[in-house]
Design a protein around this ligand. Sequence first.
Ligand SMILES: Cc1cc2nc3c(=O)[nH]c(=O)nc-3n(C[C@H](O)[C@H](O)[C@H](O)COP(=O)(O)OP(=O)(O)OC[C@H]3O[C@@H](n4cnc5c(N)ncnc54)[C@H](O)[C@@H]3O)c2cc1C
Length: 476
Amino acid sequence: MSDVQLRTASGQPTRVPEDDVRTLESRLHGRLVSPADTDYDEARAVWNGMIDRRPALIARCTGVADVIAAVTFAREHDLLVGVRGGGHNVSGVAVCDDGLVVDLSLMKGVRVDPIGRTVQAQGGVTIGELDHETQAFALAVPMGLVSATGIAGLTLGGGFGWLRRAYGLSCDSLVSVDVVTADGQLVTASARDHAELFWAIKGGGGNFGVVTSFEFRAYPVGPEVFFAVVVHRGSDAGAALRSYRDWAATAPDDVTAFAVLWHGPEIEEIPAEHHGQPILILAAVHHGDPADGERALRQLRAFGSPIADLSGSTPYLQVQQFFDADYPAHELRYYWKSRYVRDLPDQLIDLLVELNAASASPRSTLDVWQLGGALSRVGVDETAFGGRSAPFMIAIEANWQRPEDDRANIAWGRQVYGVLEPYAAGGEYVNFPGFYEDGAKVVRDTFGANLDRLVAVKNRYDPTNLFRLNHNIQPS
Ligand SMILES: Cc1cc2nc3c(=O)[nH]c(=O)nc-3n(C[C@H](O)[C@H](O)[C@H](O)COP(=O)(O)OP(=O)(O)OC[C@H]3O[C@@H](n4cnc5c(N)ncnc54)[C@H](O)[C@@H]3O)c2cc1C
């Protein structure tokens, strides 16, 4: 019997006896996929079409027992480990070359308690799957804007969505988590038990173990909400962004808004002369009664002479899928970064408008996320998440099609990231990390005053840094 070639956590080649691999396989209820299997390419593919990594083994887990077996095997053999929830992180760190992937994407269980308004969801659930179950009871957990995104990575990094100003980040709604830690033990962390681990998991990313199940609070939302979507021509983008900024300063917490600098997509709702031309979309959701929402969002819609207004009372499930078609899996290439900004001065608005017009791909966007509201009322030391005081986050999304355009698009993303530095409030959003090329400095800036406490949690639960493919908090 021959050995199997893998890679250690520190990146060195290593050989593992095939007998040991077969023992792991026999311990899994799910499958252990390797390069010889016909479904290997499907199992290793992640959302970002740029990522082409070849793990040596993919443990397609179906439950906690499988996760324990996979984590134990990885620790005993000192292997490089990727953890996959929905596989949506732009950096592609859910998969790794020559390592072992602990793949939770088959773990799809969701249980809603409509009386207690809580939801239990396994680590492979996507936002769309969670929304489907909760909306059966007109409930929602704050999640992100695209339904195929995994709830796991999103929640562990924070989680910004349409309900963030009303109910906070996704991680703010956590009640407890089941985690398989590096020693292969399952712990349930909550405000009462393993409280430091629970604190760290709320924003600290995948640093501390594999979360097999999340328990969330849910809130009454829908089935219909008011959704404002107003499109402005590029020549009005600067003025419309100024009005958005001024409106945001006094907007009630019931509404959450988002401005997208883009190039007009070829859809019938946008007049043909604006296809491929710079545009600005102002979009916002009111979480309550649609009639109240219509009133609350009237002012935002009233500015200037939009080229389209798609606003109206809309099923919450439809709002949650509004941007889905713009983010196809596998076929596009993506590089995403972010900056929290202290303010949105006119000069920065003008820069953003110019940078959008100069983007290397018409599919790329610069997104100005309105923050504040409930998410900003959680104390900085109440969760590991940094960046709660900034009024806006700017997401830099380079999105393109052809491999030969990689360099130009990544260069544009990097250029914008650099240009925004003088306006930055510090740190970046854990879930828009580029390819982690900015290293330890960004980790320090992002976690700020919480970093020492995070290191202490890391020391306790993952002292050998088994879970390192993330905004890595190094044990001391
Ligand atoms: C199209 C698109 C839209 C997005 N929209 C939003 C948005 O509206 N709001 C927002 O906040 N973010 C958004 N994001 C970013 C998103 O939050 C991150 O990409 C997030 O990492 C996705 O989670 P995932 O489980 O799919 O990630 P994966 O790629 O599967 O995992 C990413 C990392 O998370 C960790 N991880 C994943 N699962 C687990 C687990 N079960 N236990 C422990 N660690 C785990 C691991 O470190 C892993 O490397 C979007 C991303 C995409 C691609």
